[in-house]
Design a protein around this ligand. Structure first.
Ligand code: UDP
Length: 238
């Protein structure tokens, strides 16, 4: 039995609240159990510097944790100084989203994704990706309504989930208490077509076998599928 009574293949209760903020073109609050992240998508009418003149747009992401989001106060990022973990996570979020965006169709614009963790209980990077995808699509719908684009420039839906091994159990969607004891820890990003975008797996306390990997990927696939269903309640079919 897991700490919170879940089955090994069960994700935490997920809730995505759309239009959470007034100003950004896309904004959601995603809650996965006690993990809560505000994800916004803001449209800027110019592309990244290296793409000017190419007709292509760009999607980029920033990630941060608020001081009160963790058990011990997390120092606020100041003066543009970010810890390595935040940089690693925001690059993951940006890559994950870019993999399903048609940059030609987006045109010379940038979609800025901001993921701010207001409460961290494990899986903040995966919740960020799942929420940010919805915020990004909502921003694209806004662009379409403005006549900036004629169709949504996305090729698939994206969600992400963690999996790991605790004791002898392979489990889906680890909360912090589980994550902190996990022997193996993995983050998986997938499309709704069942394709992989990124797989990051680490044998933190011991190596893992091919059979473990296969089983963990099967669990992650189930989790991502569950999340795509929740995302579609807001985005509709893409
Ligand atoms: N955590 C924390 N302070 C930190 C970093 C992490 O309290 O500076 C906690 C937090 O609950 C987070 C969990 O550890 O969700 C797991 O962190 P990890 O780096 O594995 O990333 P995540 O699982 O959140 O994507």
């Amino acid at each position: 039995m897991r700490i919170d009574g879940r089955e090994n293949n069960q994700i935490r209760p997920v809730k995505i609240t759309n239009n959470y903020l007034m100003s950004p073109q896309g904004s959601v609050l995603i809650e996965m159990g006690n993990t809560k992240v505000i994800c916004t998508a803001t449209v800027e009418n110019s592309t990244a510097r290296h793409l000017v003149g190419t007709g292509q747009g760009w999607v980029t992401a920033e990630y941060g944790m608020l001081p009160g989001s963790t058990g011990t106060r997390k120092k606020r990022d100041k003066g543009g100084k970010q810890d390595g973990r935040s940089v690693e996570i925001q690059r993951l979020i940006g890559r994950a989203l870019r993999s399903v965006v048609d940059m030609e169709k987006l045109g010379e614009r940038t979609i800025w994704i901001d993921c701010d963790v207001i409460q961290a209980d494990g899986g903040t990077r995966t919740a960020s990706i799942t929420g940010a995808f919805v915020a990004m699509v909502e921003a694209m719908k806004w662009m379409k309504a403005q006549g900036m684009i004629s169709e949504l420039p996305v090729t698939a839906m994206v969600s992400a989930i963690s999996v790991g091994i605790n004791g002898d159990e392979r489990i889906l969607d680890l909360c912090y208490a589980e994550d902190s004891h996990a022997k193996v820890d993995m983050n998986v990003v997938m499309t709704d077509k069942g394709e992989f975008i990124e797989v990051q797996g680490t044998g933190e306390e011991c190596p893992f076998t091919r059979e473990d990997l296969n089983e963990l990927l099967a669990l992650a696939e189930k989790g991502c599928r569950d999340l795509h269903a929740v995302q579609k309640e807001i985005t509709g079919e893409i």
